[in-house]
Ligand binder design. Structure first.
Ligand code: SF4
Length: 510
């Protein structure tokens, strides 16, 4: 509607202007965002937040009246009561370090030539001129760790798969993002799909794969549509298919739509789901890099991991290591949601503290309320209280604090939040998503949830806290996959840091 309003207003005024549709840039608090650039003004482009069709008409009028003569005046202009900030005024732009989201909101994801014109697929050309082992060495020297949650070294996975016997190898991009509040992978696929495809191509060359597959949630219809189109455009431009870019290498990509089952994000469950079986994890070994999809050596990388590959190939390992921390080089993308003034996607160097992320970049807690806790890593992660605000966000520091990086979901909570309610909410999610294969996860999470429900109804009993702890530890020990092993984390961390709230539920019947 906003775009149509601009088109109509420009046509009515007889103004020639180019309206350029782009993907989401991650500033959710400001949507719909419009950037207006006046090439001859000498001023930077101005970003306009929350533009409605009415405001679109006013903006066109403002530009016609003031644009050529006094662009500076417009930068300070207001639309209704809202002052319009310029791009450089937004803390996000100055504090973020965008490596994988750099093109989100800048290029049209539906046009491969925009990606190419912006330097896209240059890393692929470089990769094609190198021996595959050199690519693995480069990723190893850069210290890239998987962005899907566990932080496993990416180069090690590729090397295992390369060394595995069998010529017909596979690479899968895991886009089965299912954590409540997380949407980093979706945005990347919707806004910059070719960077992920390029990363997959480079990974395929490095490990010797001949076929790739995107496992995308069916609940992401826009991502599925844009990705399907991007793969087709890549084929038409010789980037995918037979003899890619005249290199003699054949590689193509399929798409598989997952049915929205959280546990299918686990590698072995994902593979079974693609093979047509019920998506349940299996014991390892063999690991997927030894025997994966249809029995072939298979690497599974997360969307963000693959999106990081091309920038490393282009800029080198030292450049990548110059960002972030020694053990967690590079950047991290978080979806920061909940009680925060400016929710949205944020890409920051690893090592930035939670305080900087929540207060400096995302504007802190709205309505002058106090910060209470942040849930990091989705339902598998943990709730950290205010004492941990100076914790750096990197794989190891968050694990030491009792949370985990996970795939990058971050839910901020203010002083009004009941932490027992939060635990119950996450447990409801994991209990529903348990595949039921192992007893501790299937039955244990059910008992845990029943106790939490009883507590939040004000029917807590003496001994509940001890039972919650004992049962949580038993579920962690006795479950097969990471869903069960991490499901009690929100309970355990909230018991550690907010035990008084559990006690209040029991003693005061709250
Ligand atoms: Fe299934 Fe839970 Fe066992 Fe994982 S831990 S295999 S989700 S029952």
């Amino acid at each position: 509607e906003t775009q149509a309003a601009f088109e109509t207003a420009l046509a009515e005024q007889g103004v020639e202007a180019h309206i350029h549709t782009v993907g989401c840039m991650g500033h959710c608090y400001a949507e719909p965002v419009v950037v207006i650039d006046h090439p001859d003004s000498g001023f930077p482009p101005i970003l306009y937040p929350k533009i409605t069709p009415d405001k679109a008409k006013m903006l066109v009028k403002l530009f016609l009246e003031e644009g050529d003569l006094c662009f500076e005046h417009i930068m300070g202009a207001t639309v209704e009561t809202e002052r319009i900030p310029s791009v450089t005024e937004l803390a996000r732009f100055n504090r973020e370090k965008r490596v994988i989201m750099n093109r989100c909101g800048r290029i049209d994801p539906e046009q491969i030539h925009e990606y190419i014109a912006d330097g896209g697929y240059r890393a692929l050309l470089e990769a094609l001129c190198q021996p595959p082992e050199a690519l693995i060495d480069l990723i190893e020297a850069a210290g890239l760790r998987g962005r899907g949650g566990a932080g496993f070294p990416t180069a090690r996975k590729w090397r295992f798969a390369r060394a595995a016997s069998g010529a017909d190898k596979r690479i899968i991009c895991n886009a089965d993002e299912g954590d409540p509040g997380a949407y980093m992978d979706r945005t990347l696929l919707e806004s910059n799909p070719h960077q992920v495809i390029e990363g997959m191509l480079i990974a395929a060359i490095a490990m010797g794969a001949t076929r790739g597959l995107f496992y995308v949630r069916a609940e992401y219809p826009l991502a599925v549509r844009i990705l399907t189109q991007a793969v087709e455009q890549a084929r038409q431009n010789g980037v995918l298919g037979k003899n890619i870019l005249g290199s003699g290498i054949d590689f193509d990509i399929d798409l598989f739509q997952g049915a929205g089952v959280f546990v299918c994000g686990e590698e072995t469950a994902l593979i079974r789901s693609v093979e047509g079986y019920r998506g349940t994890p299996r014991h390892r070994p063999p690991f997927p890099v030894q025997r994966g999809l249809d029995g072939r050596p298979t690497v599974i990388n997360n969307v963000k991991t693959l999106a990081t590959v091309a920038p490393i190939v282009e800029n080198g390992a030292d450049w990548f290591r110059s960002i972030g921390t020694t053990d967690s080089p590079g950047t991290a993308v978080f979806s920061v949601v909940g009680n925060v003034t400016q929710p949205g996607l944020v890409e920051v160097p690893m090592g930035v503290t939670l305080r900087e992320l929540i207060f400096d970049i995302c504007g802190g807690i709205p309505k002058k309320k106090k910060f209470k806790a942040v849930q990091i890593g989705g339902p598998s992660g943990g709730c950290l209280p205010a004492d941990f605000l100076d914790t750096p966000v990197d794989f190891d520091a968050l694990t030491r604090a009792g949370a985990m990086m996970g795939s990058g979901g971050m839910v901020v909570m203010d002083e009004d939040t009941c932490m027992v309610d939060v635990s119950r909410y996450f447990l409801e999610f994991t209990q529903k998503e348990s595949c039921g294969k192992c007893t501790f996860c299937r039955i244990g999470t059910r008992h845990l949830l029943d106790m939490l429900r009883r507590l939040t109804r004000g029917e807590g009993r003496e001994g509940d806290i001890e039972q919650l702890e004992t049962l949580s530890r038993a579920i962690k020990t006795g479950s097969l996959c990471s869903l069960g092993k991490t499901a009690p984390n929100p309970v355990l961390t909230s018991l550690t840091y907010f035990c008084d709230e559990y006690e209040a539920h029991i003693n005061e019947g709250r």
